[in-house]
Design a protein around this ligand. Structure first.
Ligand code: SF4
Ligand code: SF4
Length: 434
């Protein structure tokens, strides 16, 4: 009997899937990670059956089903393949959470992630900017909440660029984000803590409601997937939850009227077929930037580099990335355009050794509006690669933000923090007492 909790909501979602799914295996056959997960020889129906078994009986995923779920990056190519109208991506997400109840590869992920995010934000931002992203503002009625999620706070320049654009079109909005306003995906999917995940999701939805918004504009693809799909229908919401780029496209006419500055550059847009609307929105926005020459769109089919999906399927990622870089060379693009923080961090880290330079789409909008985009501090720091020096130069900013850490300890963690290693089970230091 549903009791209104996320646990019972997820159980009823699983029941619906169990009664509709016939274990035909069409979703497994359509899935692009299968050849990279070492399960090409497994019988597709049996792989799906292994996932269903965990949904039905609980316990830990194993064998080919485990390999499949582990490498799922959320691309969504399985969705149209299902003849029964099941959303296999949702089935996989639910099974991942169910399995994590028995065994999580990333225990304490939320605590590690929250600490890494706070440290990374505090080393980059002045106190007022840090508070804007991490401290919930006093509730007031506003038409729009800009929901930045947790992990995007690691690359705050993108978020402040987006806010510059919202300010330019005179949107009345408030910002919510940081670990205190997590969407709940970390607890629910990664830690198998559905009850705690329910409390986190409840708290964040309630916070949205306190602003009485008509629309909550999200930035992060993982939040979009979790709130917009995995737990869609859980809790009452009197507002639309949609991606910020959709809102900007709706206001495109207004934006174009405000552009004052040519941005002469030939660029290649990096996009994901699994979140095609987002890529199309950005393509349309870039099309309005005066002087910008869009050489094409590199659709990385089957691969999504969002926070939760990144590096889940390294073989597939390497293949798609090679294609993207080849396209950049063939088209003579001067820069690759990133969509969100996951893409930006990954592509700009890779640009140090291969591929063209990386610019986020928000940079172009700010430039066209006559502004100066916020600097991508991390890219320069990563490039320098001197962790001791970076730790030393970060101390004054950390102190301004009332964060006290040992410089050597901080330096030892920087390489892992800058690559979100906690999602692969690293950064234990962040939860050990010192
Ligand atoms: S979402 Fe993509 S990676 Fe995940 S199961 Fe579906 S097709 Fe495979
Ligand atoms: S989710 Fe759909 S495609 Fe996948 S095994 Fe079940 S019925 Fe077949």
């Amino acid at each position: 009997m549903p009791d209104g909790s996320l646990t019972s909501f997820m159980a009823s979602r699983a029941e619906d899937i169990l009664s509709a799914c016939t274990s035909c295996g069409a979703c497994v056959e359509a899935c692009p990670v299968v050849p990279h997960a070492g399960i090409s020889d497994a019988e597709p129906g049996a792989v799906a059956g292994g996932v269903l078994q965990v949904l039905r009986d609980g316990g830990r995923l194993d064998g080919p089903a485990e390999a499949w779920v582990h490498q799922c990056n959320g691309c969504g190519e399985c969705i149209p393949a299902c003849p029964e109208g099941v959303n296999p991506r949702n089935m996989v997400m639910l099974a991942a959470g169910k399995s994590a109840e028995t065994h999580s590869d990333t225990p304490q992920l939320f605590r590690k992630m929250a600490r890494a995010i706070r440290l990374m934000a505090a080393m980059q931002l002045a106190p007022a900017d840090l508070a804007r992203l991490l401290q919930p503002p006093r509730p007031r009625a506003v038409p729009v909440v800009f929901y930045v999620g947790c992990n995007a706070v690691r690359t705050p320049h993108l978020l402040f660029n987006a806010m510059y654009v919202l300010d330019a079109i005179e949107v009345d909005y408030e910002v919510l984000g940081g670990p205190a306003a997590c969407c709940g995906i970390i607890h629910t999917k990664w830690e198998g803590e559905t009850e705690a995940g329910g409390r986190v999701t409840d708290g964040t939805l309630r916070r949205f409601g306190e602003f009485e918004p008509e629309r909550v504009l999200s930035w992060c693809p993982s939040c979009q997937l979790h709130i917009g799909e995995t737990v869609e229908g859980y809790g009452e919401a009197a507002f639309a939850f949609e991606h910020v780029t959709r809102f900007l496209v709706e206001n495109e006419g207004r934006l174009r009227g405000l552009y004052t500055t040519e941005v002469p550059m030939r660029v290649l847009l990096h996009a994901h077929e699994g979140m095609a609307d987002l890529g199309e929105n950005v393509a349309r926005l870039l099309g309005g930037v005066p002087g910008l020459d869009i050489a094409g769109i590199a659709w990385e089919s089957g691969y999504t580099c969002g926070g939760s999906g990144q590096d889940r399927s390294p073989g597939l990622k390497a293949e798609r990335r090679r294609e993207t870089y080849a396209m950049a060379r063939e088209t003579g693009a001067e820069a690759l355009v990133s969509l969100y923080h996951g893409c930006h961090a990954q592509l700009s880290a890779a640009a140090e050794t291969e591929g063209p330079s990386v610019v986020n789409f928000t940079d172009f909008l700010v430039r066209a509006l006559g502004g100066e985009p916020r600097q991508d501090l991390l890219a320069g720091w990563r490039m320098a690669g001197d962790w001791q020096a970076l730790a030393a130069r970060s101390m004054p900013m950390l102190e301004r933000n009332a964060v006290s850490v040992d410089p050597d300890w901080f330096a030892s963690l920087l390489p892992d923090m800058l690559t979100s290693r906690e999602f692969a089970g690293g950064l234990d230091e962040l939860v050990r007492p010192r």
